[in-house]
Design a protein around this ligand. Structure first.
Ligand SMILES: NC(=O)c1ccc[n+]([C@@H]2O[C@H](COP(=O)([O-])OP(=O)(O)OC[C@H]3O[C@@H](n4cnc5c(N)ncnc54)[C@H](O)[C@@H]3O)[C@@H](O)[C@H]2O)c1
Length: 456
């Protein structure tokens, strides 16, 4: 080892001396560098570059910088119109959308805003003069073009929909930083009973992990918002006592979807108990209407009937027809308003509970179940096309034979009063469907987005 190397390793601890000796060191390095040939220079350049690449990789994947990396990624992608959050323009949109136009108006974060129920609730809140920010990950569980069309409708009415996942804590914190939300209307979820057998992980991701993440962000916020969220009638599972009442058993879920919604109700209890979050769960019963979900029977029956394809009508044990308490979207929106308007504030601050907070669960149904053959008959009448019926035994896929809501509690405490019967509601749905897809037998193929027309 040359004597200079020994000297280099023994830097003294006095800062002044370090500085001085460092300058000597760099002088020596510079003189050596001049004596290098071009081959050595290229070698050292490549080595330095490789080191830089490794350093950037470790920086990007280190958990401590993950959020800011994610953010910069989001901003970069925003330029390509893929994902867009963060930055001053984004914040301006968020603030504008969240501005309440009426006195004492609510300021609501609506998750799942590009979804069926989320779009209707967001539009109605905005119309009332409340401030609204939407959040949706635009996943492809069903036709994302339909979600984009709903987004277009929302943006026309001044509702900004942030593209992102409820599992992204950095994004949620940013939203809570920029806006003081009075309420969160949590509708983002992996919906659908049958798909749980195909992709169980997506239910855990959105309905459990995502819900916990959202509650974490709400608990940290100061002031904490009140939360209203969508549970489901599916929590009644194998319960056979009708009509379903909030005090009935909910410990026999028939599908993973139902189990994740039931888990959500228990998780809500925990966050209410520990952190003082005010939380209201709404058990929706088969919601239908314009801008609805293509994975639901009334929707894909309409498509099949118009295409002249057979519709599978399931029957339960002993050839009993399946029945659902179909609930029109406008009634559900009124129920959501009832829950938001009667929610008392959360009591915690800085992640700590300061007193007991409200914890509620309500059924939101129509109270008059209709069998599936009757649903098909109503669709035939409105579409003026005869359906090809294919009656088959119900497979074991998580569906339950019937649902029927008792809504007494919601009537008394939320002022909930469903008024739309299935005949009237389906007429409005069919009208929308024919306008949106252009009617005719070739409409609404999920792969034929070019045929879709947006005429809300
Ligand atoms: N429609 C019904 O009949 C019905 C019945 C019972 C309960 N519900 C519940 O009501 C809520 C709304 O249902 P819907 O019919 O509007 O469903 P939807 O699928 O149309 O809407 C849900 C939206 O959430 C979004 N989303 C899903 N996971 C997300 C995530 N991790 N991060 C961000 N966004 C995410 C989806 O992209 C979608 O746009 C859901 O919680 C659903 O489980 C609906």
């Amino acid at each position: 080892m040359p004597p200079s190397a020994v000297h280099d390793c023994s830097f003294p601890s006095t800062p002044g001396k370090v500085k001085m000796e460092r300058s000597n060191y760099f002088g020596r390095v510079a003189s050596r560098w001049q004596s290098f040939g071009p081959g050595k220079i290229v070698f050292w350049c490549v080595a330095l570059l490789a080191l830089l690449v490794v350093a950037v990789f470790f920086y990007a994947t280190s958990p401590g910088v993950h959020n800011s990396f994610e953010q910069s990624l989001s901003l970069r992608e925003a330029k390509n119109d893929v994902v867009s959050w963060g930055g001053s323009v984004w914040e301006k949109h968020v603030r504008h959308s969240a501005h309440a136009k009426r006195e004492n108006g609510l300021v609501v974060l609506v998750t799942g805003a590009a979804g069926f129920v989320g779009t209707h609730v967001s539009l109605a809140l905005k119309k009332r003069g409340d401030g609204v920010i939407g959040l949706d990950n635009f996943n492809s569980y069903y036709d994302p073009f339909l979600k984009r069309a709903r987004q277009g409708l929302l943006e026309k009415q001044g509702v900004f929909v942030v593209e992102g996942d409820i599992n992204n804590i950095a994004l949620l914190r940013k939203l809570f930083d920029v806006i003081t939300f009075t309420h969160v209307m949590h509708l983002a979820a992996q919906a659908g009973v049958r798909y749980a057998m195909e992709n169980p992980g997506s239910y855990v991701h959105s309905n459990i992990a995502g819900f916990v993440n959202l509650l974490e962000a709400c608990k940290e916020a100061s002031p904490q918002p009140a939360i209203v969220w969508a549970s489901s009638s599916s929590v009644y599972g194998l319960n056979s006592k009708v009509p379903f009442s909030e005090i009935d058993r909910t410990d026999q879920p028939a599908s993973l979807y139902a189990a994740t919604k039931k888990a959500g109700e228990e998780i809500a209890h925990t966050y209410n108990h520990i952190y003082g979050l005010s939380i209201t769960g709404l058990r929706f019963f088969t919601v239908y209407g314009p801008w609805g979900r293509p994975d639901m029977a009334y929707f894909f029956f309409t498509k099949a009937i118009l295409q002249g394809k057979p519709v599978n009508i399931y029957q339960g044990p002993n050839q009993v027809d399946l029945a659902r308490d179909f609930t029109y979207i406008d009634d559900i929106v009124k129920g959501c308003f009832g829950a938001l308007d009667t929610a008392t504030p959360s009591t915690g601050t800085g992640g700590k509970k300061r007193g007991p907070a409200q914890l509620r669960v309500y059924n939101l149904g129509n109270t008059s179940p209709v069998t599936v053959p009757t649903l098909v008959a109503i669709l035939e009448k409105h579409l003026k096309v005869k359906a090809k019926r294919n009656v088959v035994r119900m497979p074991r896929n998580g569906d339950v034979p019937f649902t029927h809501a008792n809504v007494t509690l919601a009537r008394v405490e939320l002022g909930y009063n469903p008024t739309t019967d299935l005949q009237t509601g389906l007429k409005k749905f069919v009208k929308w469907y024919q306008l949106y897809y252009g009617g005719g037998s070739s409409s609404s193929s999920s792969s034929s987005s070019s045929k879709r027309r947006l005429r809300p």
